[in-house]
Design a protein around this ligand. Structure first.
Ligand code: LLP
Length: 436
């Protein structure tokens, strides 16, 4: 395994221009959003490269001076061009599937800059990971451990592994679906099992325990869970060291929050770093971080056109050409996303913003005070750079949206809109009936 990149440097991070109104028109960096809509159509995701750069540098800077490596959680945004941008900044990746590994390698990441997480890795995925020479496979159960040992043995290699510990702390997140580090969750090794498991690992011939890690949940906006969990992770590290394992890494997962609503505050990265650094410093270990949302959420909007205004049963509706198949977070988590008119509009209306999909759950906002937009106007659904496109689907046989990357005064298609032919491509072959 090659040396990992240690980020550092003292240059203070610069603020990103991101999305701002100029001359009555919302811009992505220096590009007016209507120009993008004209060029690539709607719905489209638009990402600002400089926001990603400045978020990465800000987090990296908060950990300067101690050995650390930022592994971007690919599940948040797996666009190849976004991944390449992060690789150029010095990031590694945190992946959870063979598909994400494939993308990471396509984007030019070295295998040894990949951490493989996830509770249900298949034998094929474990083989792929070993062949790619990943930095760590994060083990989530004893059964998985035994499988990794077996697969590595068959391949004649020693698998570098880390144990993902469930610290079993109380975690507050905006929705129950995005907490993971509590007792009774499917994630991680229950903390009471760690001491036994590290002794068991010492008996296995084809795995090498190189790290311990945890991930508490997502969109965590207070320090309590981390404050409670870090000592538990340190205890697990002590057990592993006592059992004679050559521990190199301490992985604190992702979870840093971003503001979605005007009243919310940005995560205090310096506070977060202070807590984590204090725990990591004396261990002499290399710190691994797995942020997803923090690095990309604010870099993106979902650009959509208003198709219709509608009034029914005393309510106003704004019907957009984007729907829950493009951005499912409001439907799935009741997540709030700010919505702005791309061209400044006088007058306001309280309305539901809904998509064209045949589900009552297909909404972006309910009873929201909005600019009084009309058919043909553009809206930007904000904070959509994380868990937006990656959770998009083809429901209702809709093509997934285009993805556009903006850098300064330039923009480029980073992911083409799916064509209708793409939707049926895998079903075109004539049926070849077989019998069992
Ligand atoms: N590491 C592991 C092991 C994870 O499971 C996750 C996210 C991350 C890192 C990155 O977490 P982040 O820094 O992005 O909070 N779809 C949901 C979020 C699910 C997060 C799942 N795990 C949403 O749209 O809010």
């Amino acid at each position: 395994m090659g040396a990992i990149v240690l980020n550092g440097g003292d240059s203070a991070p610069v603020a990103s221009p991101g999305f701002a109104v100029a001359g009555g028109v919302l811009h992505a960096e220096e590009v007016p959003l209507p120009a993008i809509a004209t060029a690539v159509g709607t719905p489209a995701y638009v990402y600002c490269a400089n926001t990603i750069r400045s978020r990465f540098r800000r987090l990296d800077h908060a950990f300067s001076g101690i050995p650390h490596h930022i592994h971007f959680a690919v599940k948040a945004n797996s666009n190849l061009h976004v991944l390449r941008l992060l690789r150029e900044l010095g990031a590694g990746v945190d992946i959870v599937s063979g598909g994400e590994l494939y993308r990471a390698l396509e984007a030019g990441f070295r295998g040894d800059h990949v951490v493989f997480s996830g509770v249900g890795k298949t034998v094929t995925e474990i083989e792929q990971a070993l062949d790619a020479g990943v930095q760590l496979i994060n083990v989530e159960s004893e059964a998985e451990l035994v499988t990794i040992d077996m697969v590595a043995g068959r391949r004649g290699v020693k698998a570098p592994i880390a144990l993902r510990v469930n610290p079993e702390v109380t975690v507050e997140t905006p929705h129950a679906y995005i907490k993971t580090g509590e007792k009774g969750q499917k994630f991680g090794i229950p903390r009471d099992d760690v001491a036994r498991l590290v002794r068991f690992i010492a008996e296995l011939a084809h795995v090498e325990l190189r790290g311990l890690g945890m991930h508490l949940g997502s969109q965590i906006n207070n320090a309590e869970p981390l404050r409670d969990a870090l000592p538990r992770l340190l205890t697990a590290i002590a057990y592993a060291r006592e059992a004679g394992h050559p521990i190199t890494y301490m992985d604190v997962g992702g979870g840093l929050s971003v503001p979605y609503e005007a009243h919310e505050r940005d995560a205090d990265v310096d506070d977060y770093a202070r807590l984590v650094r204090a725990a990591a410093e004396d261990t002499g270990l290399v710190l691994l971080l797995e942020p997803g949302r923090y690095l990309v959420a604010e870099s993106g909007v979902l650009l959509t056109e208003v198709l219709y205004r509608k009034h029914a049963a005393g309510k106003d509706f704004v019907v957009t050409d984007a729907g829950m198949s493009d951005l499912i977070r409001p439907a799935l988590y009741h997540a709030y996303h700010a919505i702005e008119a791309v061209t400044t509009t006088s007058g306001q209306v309280t309305a539901d913003v809904v998509g064209p999909i045949c589900e009552s759950g297909d909404f972006f906002a309910k009873d929201r005070l909005l600019p009084d937009v009309q058919a043909g106007d553009l809206l930007a659904v904000r904070t959509a750079g994380a868990y937006g496109f990656t959770m998009a689907s083809n429901y209702n046989s809709r093509s997934r949206p285009a993805e556009v990357l903006v850098d300064g005064n330039q923009f480029a298609v980073a992911g083409a809109r799916e064509s209708l032919a793409d939707l049926v491509r895998l079903e075109r072959a004539p049926l070849q009936w077989r019998t069992a």
